[in-house]
Design a protein around this ligand. Structure first.
Ligand code: CA
Length: 363
């Protein structure tokens, strides 16, 4: 009985509205008004189309009851309470007897270490500041993290990752941004080591998703990560990030290098053979659908899964990747780019086999 009472108290405590009332930021009657408005919008066809319109925090701002900073603080408290609730639910038998035992048993020593390849969902954070979870229209659906503003952070301190050896690893960040310009830093969750700084490209919209692929050196051992120093730019969302080993090139794959010199641009030193373009403004790219896979097998349009566009400044080492999950398009544009750039595109089939990357010259 006692235990049940305990859990019920915790369950009610993690609702944003209740937290804001508990902190005397809004009154109980303001919460009632906002919840009624939320209910009205959920039943309204026009409002239902926009997820944001029905989020309680946004309604509280619209009604003038709170400002955005208060919302962020409220969401941060909510996150902490939820974290505590999860830890307590796991340790329910101990919880009402000894809070000391609860704290001890939720330490990371008991957490399983995930091994590579590993996809970490952005919304599976352990704690955060300032962001919100929302539904995503990305492939596979589910949730993603949005409402990112300058100085926000997302900690995955509860997700232990086992890095087998000190080496370079491929990290794919799944992001969406209308016109790019944002960034963040990937760090060890305790903030000690910085591993990567990611610039968010334009993917064309908050629900138009693309991959930013980076090669990052990670030290051997057990790690957990922190996405921090977030800069909003034009705004962006994160769905997940994936860490995987980079397959070492075998001698057989390098022997077929005669097929195309242009595909071997991964090392920037060989960039002499790559076509670069000086651009300033809107960049329009168009391509002919490749007809052969990388292994030179014929590739038919009906077998296509989509395209991977990659681009980098001539002075940069790494490409930024944009995945286009539409085999029937042959066109992509950037609203604004300035400088000397290299643009390339490859097709991939429904099994994930790629064509060669071909150079693109903007129209
Ligand atoms: Ca997700």
């Amino acid at each position: 009985m006692f235990l049940k009472g305990c859990l019920m108290t915790i369950k009610n405590a993690d609702r944003l509205g209740d937290i804001l009332v508990g902190k005397n930021i809004i009154s109980a009657s303001q919460l009632t008004t906002a919840l009624a408005e939320q209910q009205r919008r959920r039943e309204n066809e026009q409002d239902k189309k926009s997820f944001q319109n029905t989020v309680l925090g946004e309604i509280l701002i619209e009604l003038g009851y709170i400002d955005r900073l208060q919302l962020k603080r409220g969401l941060n408290w909510q996150s902490l309470v939820r974290k505590l609730t999860a830890a307590m639910a796991l340790c329910a038998p101990l919880m009402c007897i000894s809070p000391v035992a609860t704290a001890a048993s939720s330490s990371s020593s008991s957490a399983p270490k995930a091994s590579l390849p590993l996809t970490i969902q952005a919304e599976s954070y352990t704690s955060m500041f300032g962001v919100q979870i929302e539904n995503t229209l990305d492939v596979g659906g589910g949730k993603a993290v949005g409402y990112i503003h300058n100085g926000d952070w997302i900690s995955f301190s509860g997700t232990s990752v086992n890095i087998p050896v000190t080496d370079t690893y491929k990290i794919t960040y799944r992001v969406a941004s209308p016109t790019g310009g944002g960034s963040f830093t990937l760090k060890e969750s305790n903030g000690t080591l910085s591993y990567d700084t990611v610039s968010i490209p334009s993917t064309g919209g908050f629900q138009t998703w693309g991959n930013v692929v980076k090669v990052v050196t990670l030290p051997a051992g057990t790690h957990s990560f922190l996405i921090t120093n977030m800069v909003r730019g034009s705004g962006y969302n994160i769905n997940w990030f994936k860490i995987e080993s980079i397959p070492k090139p075998s001698s057989s794959s390098s022997s077929k290098s005669s097929s195309s010199v242009k595909s071997s641009v991964k090392s920037s030193s060989s960039s002499a053979s790559v076509k670069s373009s000086l651009v300033a403004g809107v960049v329009n790219l168009q391509w002919k659908t490749p007809t052969k896979r990388e292994n030179l097998n014929q590739l038919d349009i009906t077998e296509l899964g989509g395209y991977e566009l990659r681009y980098r400044k001539v002075s940069d080492e790494l490409f930024t990747y944009v995945t286009i999950n539409d085999p029937w398009t042959n066109y992509y544009y950037f609203p604004w780019l300035e400088g000397a750039y290299i643009f390339q595109v490859a097709a991939f089939d429904k099994e994930g086999l790629y064509s060669q990357f071909i150079d693109l010259i903007p129209r």
